[in-house]
Design a protein around this ligand. Structure first.
Ligand code: SF4
Length: 400
């Protein structure tokens, strides 16, 4: 019997114990409760049933080919984008992207995670060539590239359809889509924080098309700005409905809003005040409980800190992102976390939370499970195993 302090959670806890689907109203109560421990206990049970004590991580590398974005002035929460010609803008050539991937080849990378701005001039051929050449040089590395927003932007530039763009990129070697660009689906929230961004229905349509083509994808929600609890629940319900239809989502990732260096943070007077650990854990736990048709819920440690991510492993989360190698997007928004986590550091970090580390591939196939007596647990690394100076110089080229 799950112990809860908030009496409103009792009927929900009973549903969780019986494995019943939660209603939108249940999710609202979960977002509203102050009984974080009770909420965590429910989410932990739901996760244990799906994943046991296993916690997944990926040996991955983030690559951001350009920060030039035509929506720079309307996505007011974004600290990453620059207008063409603005100080700090950069666009990497394919050779520079290949050099960045090569500079990190000492790491056991199994996935490239590639996202960037909506560049007004970069054509589909640039991305298809990049993917093709990365595949040729790193044939065993999975390519997770371009959000639904970027796919729709390319379709517009090419006067084509999103389905055709997906097919062309798949032919070039694209394996899966990342989940960025969802933000919060509610019309009012979108009008406030991302007025000209792809609408919710179109974000979901691109993912539906991808799933139909055999391209699995992730999905996200950016929380902690102007959205209400009702907005969050509506967003999660739309994700759950698409997953009922296609079963194509691999994982759900709640993303914490960072208020530094962006218009929204200034407007809200929130600079320097990121989301709270309480709300970070709540978003993981509610995601795990409400999205009963998702196998995995991931915590994004560069956004919420390694410490909160480690605790989240007991609040319904079974995946802690990965080695990352060089994280730009959230560090531009004021994240003070390290740029990367070393492979051994991640393994020890999961083990220290009392869980079993499992290196996964991008489709959640097991690459390696670490037994309790693995020698890697004995090694001691202080902070991180940061990106090499060569890599920092390469990816930082042209930045302010
Ligand atoms: S959030 Fe994405 S689409 Fe919006 S300005 Fe930033 S990079 Fe561009």
């Amino acid at each position: 019997m799950i112990k809860v302090r908030d009496a409103r959670l009792r009927p929900i806890a009973a549903k969780v114990e019986f494995g019943e689907r939660l209603s939108n109203h249940d999710a609202l109560v979960l977002f509203d409760t102050g009984d974080l421990v009770g909420l965590g206990a429910m989410a932990n049970l739901a996760n244990q049933r799906k994943n046991g004590d296993r916690v997944f991580f990926a040996a991955n590398q983030h690559i951001n080919p350009t920060n030039v974005c035509i929506l720079r002035n309307t996505c007011v929460f974004c600290s990453f984008a620059r207008m063409p010609g603005e100080e700090g803008e950069y666009t990497h050539s394919i050779d520079e992207v290949l050099a960045e991937a090569h500079a990190a080849s000492d790491n056991p990378t199994r996935e490239f995670h590639i996202v960037g701005g909506l560049h007004p001039k970069l054509r589909l051929s640039y991305y298809a060539d990049m993917i093709r050449q990365l595949k040729a040089k790193h044939p065993g590395v999975h390519i997770k590239a371009l959000t639904a927003v970027e796919i729709a932007h390319l379709a517009k530039i090419e006067r084509s359809t999103t389905r055709q763009v997906l097919m062309d990129l798949k032919a070039a070697g694209l394996d899966t889509l990342p989940g960025g660009g969802a933000e919060v689906f509610g019309k009012n929230v979108r009008a406030t924080i991302a007025d000209r961004k792809l609408h919710a229905e179109d974000y979901l349509r691109v993912h539906r098309e991808a799933h139909g083509l055999g391209i699995r994808s992730n999905c996200t929600m950016l929380y902690g700005h102007v959205e209400t609890h009702e907005d969050r629940v509506e967003h999660l319900a739309m994700l759950r409905a698409l997953q009922d239809e296609t079963a194509g989502f691999l994982t759900y990732i709640p993303l914490a809003y960072h208020p530094d260096h962006n218009e929204l943070g200034k407007e809200l007077g929130r600079e320097g005040t990121a989301t709270t650990g309480f709300d970070d854990l709540k978003n993981v736990a509610v995601g795990r409980l409400f999205l009963d048709n998702f196998d995995h819920v991931k915590t994004h440690w560069p956004m919420v800190t390694q410490f909160v991510s480690q605790v989240a492993l007991h609040f319904g989360c079974d995946d802690i992102e990965g080695t990352v190698v060089y994280e730009r997007v959230y560090h531009d928004a004021g994240a003070h976390t390290p740029m990367a986590m070393g492979y051994g550091q991640i393994v020890r970090f999961i083990k220290a939370a009392g869980k079993t580390p499992v290196e996964r591939d991008s489709l959640y196939g097991t690459v390696r499970t670490f037994a309790a007596d693995d020698p890697l647990f004995e090694e001691r690394g202080a902070g991180g195993e940061p990106a090499s100076a060569e890599l920092i110089q390469l990816v930082g080229a042209g930045r302010a």
